[in-house]
Design a protein around this ligand. Structure first.
Ligand code: PEP
Ligand code: MG
Length: 575
């Protein structure tokens, strides 16, 4: 059987996964009002207390099985949930609703949860607001026990392929730590942060595979072929052998590419191309170095906030940045300030992720400027990191020039504080910005004048230009980097950066996709930042081109932008 679905391209060596299916059940439970008789009260309270004990045992069991190298935040997070289970403010309220209102345990718990959530929602302190999500997780766990929808205890997924309705980027980090072989989700798009993270961590994944989890069985052997976007089940031995051979071929190819790691990324006629890495976690630096990155072109720092209940402080930011800087041994590191919101929510905070259109809401620089107390520790940490290496600061999701001015103002305030405290930093730290909103692309000359460097974020630029939610699998088919409007926006940014003599890079997924690399070079973009696993492939590709040929072909393509068939563009670059 083949389940057809959307695949997400994975770099060399991670395109095939073969493993047993592991059905991951999670998500909200549905509780409807239900009542008990007076004589059932004692038994119902006991049932609730037994559910609390079971939920507690489940959490202890998970905590005991956490691999030793898992980040401390994950066990802290479980400890906080355990404390909530013991909290009398939760259990006392539920018991009183069972006793006084004759509500069933499930319904009493639900009502009490809603009352507590109302209180959390009114809190101004972001730390306390974070507790809202924890409360929800804990209540869901107890509800599942009461409703006998017990979740499997997940602790070791080594060699398994997870099947889930949906996974957040935070879930992917946990699955990675548990050694997962691959995953399949019913929802989500290939440009979602979940998919980007999977590529970056080298986890083969298929997203947006509607119906997959209902027709695939827990425990059966699956093959993920991410190149073709397929999940295969019921495979014959000869088919399994075929995929094992392909996996081996990928492995051999990556070994071969690695032998050319130190060769320059230069076209046959001498154009040098800077190849940078995108990273999510400090631990990704090893892959960036192993694949010969010229630096870090995008460090997505919001991943520091995931799978935890508190907010990282300045010292923690600094520790993570120092690890990256040291790992890169003098090469440049572009630290992007928080891009929380949309599909990377800040747990419990008012970051717009609960809004009707979170991608259009309080996200990234908008959130940071609105919540200076969230932004300030990061700015101070980036400044402090600038004293130990070639650090550059990059602002995401710029739309208005005043956002740059306001961010610079806050940065200057942090500089003054550090100066007074006698803490070193680089006063000339380059401040760059992401061009990922069409308004910013159209106003690129103004942004180029106000910033020290620019980087095109095509993932969002395409989402906003074409009015398609990058995480919505229903509109995946409209996600088209070849759309004439997208290409014109990119071209305008290239021209604006060149006119202002401001360095320009691209850090969206398009930059590491071999289908687009020759076109981007032909358009005049000579700095590309991508998931580390794509670097060596792209370098190899660049070395095979003549820039003059790419320019001529690109120019012909642009002359016929609205009528040219982009598929023709995909071939013949080496002629
Ligand atoms: C982008 O939008 O292209 C980008 C690189 O940022 P992110 O994917 O993190 O939104
Ligand atoms: Mg973006």
């Amino acid at each position: 059987m083949i389940v057809s679905c959307v695949g997400i391209g994975i770099g060399a060596g991670a395109r095939i996964a073969i493993g047993e299916a592991y059905r991951l059940v999670h998500g909200p439970v549905c509780v409807t009002p239900s009542w008990i008789e007076l004589e059932q009260v004692g038994g119902e309270i006991e049932r609730f207390q037994r559910a609390l004990d079971t939920a507690c045992r489940q959490l202890l069991n998970i905590r005991d099985q956490i691999p030793p190298d898992t980040p401390g935040e994950i066990s802290d997070f479980l400890d906080a949930h355990l404390l909530m289970l013991e909290d009398k403010a939760i259990s006392g309220g539920v018991i009183s609703l069972i006793r006084n209102k004759l509500a069933s345990a499930e319904w009493a718990l639900q009502q009490h949860r809603d009352a507590l959530i109302d209180i959390f929602d009114q809190m101004h302190d972001s730390y306390l607001r974070n507790r809202r999500d924890d409360l929800d997780h804990v209540v869901t766990r107890i509800q599942k026990v009461l409703l006998e929808q017990n979740e499997p205890v997940v602790s070791n997924l080594r060699g398994q392929i997870v099947l889930a309705e949906e996974l957040s980027p935070a879930d992917v980090i946990v699955l990675h730590n548990q050694g997962v072989m691959g995953f399949v989700t019913e929802y989500g798009g290939p440009m979602s942060h979940t998919a980007i993270l999977a590529r970056s961590l080298g986890i083969p994944a298929i997203v947006g595979a509607r119906g997959a989890s209902s027709c695939l069985c827990h425990g059966e052997l699956l093959v993920l072929d991410t190149d073709n976007g397929c999940v295969l089940a019921d495979c014959s031995q000869s088919l399994i052998n075929h995929f094992e051979d392909r996996r081996e071929f990928d492995h051999q190819r990556s070994v071969l590419l690695r032998q050319h790691r130190d060769e320059p990324a230069r076209t046959a006629d001498g154009q040098h191309v800077e190849l940078l890495a995108n990273i999510e976690l400090a631990g990704d630096v090893a892959a960036a170095v192993a694949n010969g990155a010229d630096g870090i072109g995008l460090y997505r720092t919001e991943f520091l906030y995931m799978n935890r209940i508190d907010i990282p402080d300045e010292e923690e930011h600094l520790a993570a940045y120092s690890e990256v800087i040291q790992g890169m041994q003098g090469l440049p590191v572009v630290i992007r300030t928080l891009d929380l919101g949309a599909d990377k929510p800040l747990p419990g905070a008012h970051d717009g992720s609960g809004a009707r259109n979170p991608a259009l809401g309080l996200r990234a620089i908008r959130l940071c400027l609105k919540e200076p107390e969230l932004f300030r520790p990061q700015l101070r940490a980036i400044l402090r990191a600038s004293a130990i290496g070639d650090v550059r600061l990059m602002l995401p999701m710029l739309t208005n020039l005043w956002e740059v001015q306001q961010a610079r103002l806050m940065l200057r305030r942090c500089m003054r504080e550090l100066e007074k405290e006698g803490i070193p930093f680089n006063p000339d730290i380059p401040v760059g910005g992401m061009i990922e909103v069409p308004a910013a692309a159209l106003a690129a000359p103004a942004f180029a004048a106000a910033l020290d460097f620019l980087s095109i974020g095509t993932n969002d630029l395409i989402q906003y230009a074409l009015a398609i939610d990058r995480v919505d699998d229903e509109v995946n088919y409209l996600y088209d980097p070849f759309h004439p409007a997208v290409l014109q926006l990119i071209m305008q940014v290239i021209q604006a950066a060149r006119a202002a003599d401001v360095p320009l890079s691209m850090c969206g997924e398009m930059a590491g996709d071999p289908r687009f690399v020759p076109l981007l070079l032909g358009m005049g973009l000579y700095s590309l930042s991508m998931q580390p696993a794509a670097l060596l492939d792209v370098k190899q590709q660049i070395r095979g081109y003549k820039l003059s040929t790419l320019q001529a072909k690109t120019s012909r393509f642009f002359d016929n932008l609205y009528t040219a068939d982009p598929l023709n563009l995909l071939t013949g670059w080496n002629d």
